[in-house]
Design a protein around this ligand. Structure first.
Ligand code: ZN
Ligand code: ZN
Length: 430
């Protein structure tokens, strides 16, 4: 230490008390030889501004609900360079760097002001204080939920589509949202957006149904990320089933630790409503053909049958299972209704009508003269999740992962409707 003091005297390094301390000088001595912070060669007065910066952050944090936080800082490069230069010149090693000292000072001030705890691995709030610009960024960790929706009205699409007036930019017609007002996506987004005072929601769907379909039984599962929530307590009312809007109910809500690493496979039961080919569409050939539903063939051939499903975007096929198809006559105001129990990931219309030979084999040869009712195509009776071993594997990997410090959550993608379709979903876990 005498050597360093000698250096100070000889070379005349001008440092403030805190900056001397950080180089390993005893506190009393640092106080004696330290210059005013604005004269300091390293921090140039920055150390002096820290309590004020920390107080402002603490004040701004009042708008957020949180238990834990983590501070990261960025300092002007010239300050970091100056400290490096002095340390290498005087061979000072193994003492705290200015960046970590400042981070520590801000952190302890926030603890004092807010009585909240620091958490390095999974903070509720991450604060980035940029001392170059004097700005701060407060980023609440996303909340990930899994829930199921039940749909009791027809004409409600699952996903939002781009507003065709403004093409997504936002206009009066779409209430400046850039998308259609009524979809499950937009209704759930605005419900959770208000509840958690969040910036927005992103979705991962576990399959989808027709806009005109109902979703009955236990409902269709989905995942939602609530981005930048200012509130994060999950109220008890969310853990019961609750209406989001007329005809749309959420239930079985679970809070996840993080983004799901894989999407589960599922099994679906649905009712497909058939009606005769409309007269206007009957061609000469098809009118000569007899309308006929081959009940026995359908029920025997499609029992525990594997079908090949072509994924158009990927130019490959996957194998999916049909457990049973039952034919019901004169049911629900339709001459025929198909009661199908199958794996998720089979496009129902293509399975029944055989379009593009996307599903092989399909039901089209056995239902000549009949089509899916355009007004009432099919309803989902129930969806069951199928647990696979790869889910468990992924989960254990996820739990052992500890994020590095300091970790600022990356911006979530702005694309609200994250798109895994049924078939691709199922492939994720294969
Ligand atoms: Zn200083
Ligand atoms: Zn618009």
């Amino acid at each position: 230490m005498r050597k360093r003091v000698a250096l100070h005297v000889e070379k005349g390094i001008q440092l403030c008390k805190k900056c001397f301390e950080r180089q390993g000088f005893p506190s009393a001595l640092s106080k004696k030889i330290g210059v005013a912070p604005d004269q300091c060669e390293i921090c140039q007065g920055m150390i002096d501004s820290i309590p004020g910066i920390a107080k402002k952050i603490s004040y701004d944090l009042k708008g957020y609900e949180f238990d834990t936080f983590l501070v990261g800082t960025s300092l002007p490069q010239k300050i970091l360079d100056k400290e490096d230069e002095i340390r290498s010149k005087y061979k000072i090693r193994g003492t705290e760097a200015i960046k970590s000292q400042i981070t520590r000072m801000i952190t302890s001030e926030i603890v004092r002001e807010t009585h909240k705890a620091v958490n390095y691995a999974r903070p509720d709030i991450t604060i980035l204080s940029s001392l170059d610009t004097g700005e701060e960024t407060i980023t609440p960790r996303s909340i990930w939920l899994m829930a199921r929706y039940k749909k009791a009205i027809r004409g409600l699409a699952q996903r939002s589509s781009t507003c065709n007036v403004c093409n997504g930019l936002g206009c009066a017609a779409c209430n400046y949202k850039g998308s259609n007002e009524s979809s499950i996506q937009s209704l759930v987004s605005s419900y959770f957006g208000k509840k958690f005072r969040a910036e927005g929601c992103s979705f991962i769907w576990v399959g989808s149904e027709d806009e005109k379909s109902l979703v009955n039984g236990t409902g269709r599962p989905f995942y939602v990320e609530i981005r930048k929530p200012k509130k994060r307590k999950i109220s008890k009312s969310l853990l019961k089933s609750f209406p989001v809007s007329e005809g749309l109910t959420l239930k079985s809500l679970q809070v996840l630790q993080s983004r799901p690493k894989s999407i589960p496979q599922f099994r679906m039961k649905c009712l497909v409503y058939l009606c005769g080919v409309p007269q206007s569409n009957v061609t000469k050939e098809s009118s000569e053909q007899q309308s006929k539903i081959m009940t026995n063939e359908i029920e025997s051939k499609f029992k525990d049958l594997s079908v090949q499903v072509r994924i158009s975007r990927k130019f490959r096929t996957v194998s999916r299972k049909i457990r049973s198809v039952k034919v019901m006559e004169n049911h629900e105001n339709h001459p025929y209704v198909l009661d199908i129990d199958c794996d998720g990931g089979i496009p129902i219309r293509k399975l029944v009508l055989g379009n593009d030979n996307a599903v092989i084999p399909n039901l089209s040869p056995y239902i000549s003269g009949y089509v899916i009712d355009p007004e009432l195509p099919f309803d989902v009776a129930d969806i069951t999740l199928v647990e696979s071993n790869s889910d468990k594997m992924n989960l254990s990997r996820q739990q052992t992962k500890v994020p590095r410090w300091p970790r600022i959550e990356p911006e979530s993608s702005e694309d609200a409707g994250e798109d895994y379709d049924e078939v691709e979903n199922a492939n994720l876990v294969n």
